[in-house]
Design a protein around this ligand. Structure first.
Ligand code: NAD
Ligand code: DAU
Length: 342
């Protein structure tokens, strides 16, 4: 793990991982990132002077570029964060999710196979689909994705596992719960709700708001990936989360209380099609490697909300730019027909 290719390293989790890894390890990192709307150089503004860090702007689907980047930088490990990641965007325009999440991962596997590299793939709890009460997903559960995003992630997982079985390649997978923390693009619920609350704008809660998510701090996801890289067994999958869920309305209450705002901002809007009601993962397998989460989900949400209150300079330019067109498309009609919370 001397020279690491981190794909999607300018996004939310990728940039937090790069910052964390460089603070703990003496590795060189080359980031390959297409810089989509979610990938932002400024997420690593304080680190571009570090001689151990290089940025290559490009697409993981471009096999020749991936091969050349790995050769030029003597890469021995690929950590794949690059993806289209927003469920609502996958409902509005799904094809790019197949291009990046499925074909992109496949290209990385092919280059890793050709050059004899290790590959770690970042997956999600969404591949397990909706989880009924009383069950927590374990790594051997069947995959049952229900959105175009989740289906593309599940396809990528299965390709990664197939390359281990067929070619004996040294691959590992981590499946993360909903992450919160610094530098999360404000289309996702916690940064969207935090920034709307700060601006005094309505908070669009899908349906009854009783869907359940494990809101885990991105720091704990980064240390979970580190544990899988350092101690994980080739071919294995590891769930990463806190193992505890809350409803979206509980999450909203933490955001509002942290920011000193009231429930009057909440609007119940038309639900997301195919909205998964509950995700819940058992994380014992990763704990057995010596990892444990530092943050309780309630603290994670509160700390994230505080970060948005203290870092307006990061998100204000995003919200006034291309984000606005997406926001209007996704929410204008929903908010016009919204119901207020009691
Ligand atoms: P993000 O949307 O914030 O960042 C994605 C990054 O990938 C961006 O920098 C983007 O520019 C880059 N990218 C997109 N398409 C690319 C392409 N074709 N080639 C190169 N780069 C490309 O995403 P995130 O929330 O940081 O998620 C990172 C990974 O973690 C994803 O694989 C996602 O599925 C997974 N994940 C996310 C969460 C979460 O809660 N955010 C939870 C579990 C797993
Ligand atoms: O679970 C891991 C996944 O978490 C990752 O794989 C995805 O990349 C990431 O986007 C996230 O997916 P979700 O759909 O769970 O996250 P999102 O932040 O979009 O929504 C969280 C919950 O809040 C979900 O139940 C939908 C709800 N929600 C979301 C938005 C954007 C609302 O009620 N209103 C909203 O406006």
């Amino acid at each position: 793990m001397k020279n690491i290719l981190v794909t999607g390293g300018c996004g939310f989790i990728g940039s937090n991982f790069v910052r964390y890894w460089l603070s703990e390890h003496d590795s060189n990192i080359v980031i390959l990132d297409k810089l989509t709307y979610a990938g932002r150089r400024e997420n690593l503004q304080d680190l571009w002077q570090d001689p151990r860090l290089t940025l290559v702007v490009g697409d993981i689907v471009d096999q020749e570029l991936v091969r050349r980047t790995c050769r030029d930088h003597h890469v021995d490990l690929i950590v794949n964060f690059a993806a289209e990641t927003h469920v609502d965007q996958s409902i509005l325009g799904p094809l790019v999710f197949t291009d990046t999440n499925v074909r992109g991962t496949h290209v990385l596997l092919e280059v890793a196979r050709e050059l004899g590299l290790r590959l770690h793939h970042i997956s999600t709890d969404e591949v397990y689909g909706h989880i009924p009460d009383g069950h927590q997903s374990v790594e051997t559960d069947p995959l049952s994705p229900r959105s175009p995003y989740a289906a593309s992630k599940a396809a990528a997982d299965q390709l990664v596992q197939a390359y281990h079985i067929t070619y004996g390649m040294p691959v590992t997978i981590t499946r993360g719960a909903n992450n919160v923390g610094p530098y999360q693009y404000p289309e996702k619920a916690v940064p969207l709700f935090s920034t709307n609350a700060i601006l005094g704008e309505p908070i669009p809660v899908y349906g009854d708001g009783l869907q359940m998510r494990d809101y885990a701090h991105v720091h704990d996801h980064c240390t979970g990936i580190e544990a899988a890289l350092l101690h994980g067994r080739p071919g294995e999958v590891y769930n990463v989360g806190t193992g505890r869920e809350m409803t979206n309305l509980e999450m909203v209450d933490i955001v509002l209380a942290t920011l000193g705002k009231g429930r009057d901002l909440v609007r119940h809007v038309t639900d997301r099609p195919g909205h998964d009601r509950r995700y819940s993962m058992n994380v014992d397998k990763l704990r057995a490697l010596g990892w444990h989460p530092r943050f309780d989900p309630r603290e994670a949400v509160a700390e994230a909300a505080r970060w948005y209150a203290e870092n307006r300079a990061w998100w204000e330019p995003i919200r006034s730019g291309e984000f606005r067109a997406y926001y209007d498309r996704q929410y204008a009609e929903r908010l016009a027909g919204a119901g207020q919370d009691a």
